[in-house]
Design a protein around this ligand. Structure first.
Ligand code: 9D3
Length: 232
């Protein structure tokens, strides 16, 4: 997979992409991530990439031309068609099924906007889709782009240590994971449940299932709600 990121803050990415599983996936050649400074495509002598909004109002708006020109240049670098994603608070919510869909794309271009907003022609004429990572307001699309890269990269074959397929985790039965414990057996008065130390794998399996259900019911009743899930 290839991922290109268009951003005003390229320096935000290396600390995250240079760590943990994403770093290893890059080193293994499973993914190539290129982060580009949008200012490189500014035609302005001061490298300006925003301007005042038509119709008036406070703040500035990111101009569309650096996005379009950058995408044009990137398209020349590779055969095939990139899938272009605009990170935006008005996008469709990123969920695990969406991550799985994106992980099948051979080439992603991620467009990061800013609090001020992006000229709407970027969404209309450049992006294939708009994605949000949740209903809260951030200052920019850079963190969401990194969230997307992290969630997608761990699904690439060979990226995760692969004891079992990462797809089989957590979201499988629309249940949260069961509680986990390791040593010590007791800390601050809290003991590891005796069943887990019994060696009785039938009882352990039942205990885990029961506690995954309990946890889901109290923390995330929406997860098990037939009317609100799209995995059926
Ligand atoms: C709330 C109205 N806006 C300010 C004038 C729009 C706005 C634009 C851009 C608000 C925040 C941002 C910056 N955020 C993102 O670019 C963003 C985001 C987010 O804020 N929350 C969840 N997912 C995403 S994906 C991109």
């Amino acid at each position: 997979m290839r991922v290109d990121v268009l951003t005003l803050f390229p320096e935000m990415f290396p600390p995250v992409l240079g760590a943990s599983i994403v770093k290893r996936a890059i080193a293994k050649g499973l993914v190539r991530v290129e982060v580009h400074d949008l200012r490189d495509w500014s035609r302005d002598k001061h490298k300006k990439v925003d301007d005042r909004p038509y119709g008036g109002g406070p703040g500035m708006v990111m101009r569309p031309d650096p996005f379009f020109d950058a995408a044009d240049d990137l398209r020349k670098q590779e055969v095939g068609k990139p899938h272009v994603v605009l990170l935006s608070p008005s996008g469709k919510r990123l969920t695990q099924p969406e991550v799985e869909r994106l992980a099948k794309k051979p080439w992603l271009i991620l467009l990061c906007g800013h609090y001020e907003g992006v000229d709407d022609r970027v969404r209309a004429g450049l992006a294939d889709e708009e994605i949000s990572i949740g209903d809260y307001v951030l200052t920019c699309g850079e963190l969401p782009a990194m969230v997307l890269v992290d969630s997608v990269v761990r699904l690439l074959p060979g990226a995760v240590g692969d004891e079992r397929s990462p797809k089989e985790e957590s979201f499988r039965d629309n249940l949260l994971e069961y509680p986990q414990f390791t040593r010590p057996v007791e800390i601050r008065g809290m003991r590891v449940p005796e069943i887990l130390r019994s060696g009785d794998h039938v009882r352990i399996g039942k205990w885990r299932r029961l506690n995954a259900l309990r946890r889901t019911f109290s923390q995330r009743p929406d997860l098990n709600d037939e009317s609100s899930n799209s995995s059926d």
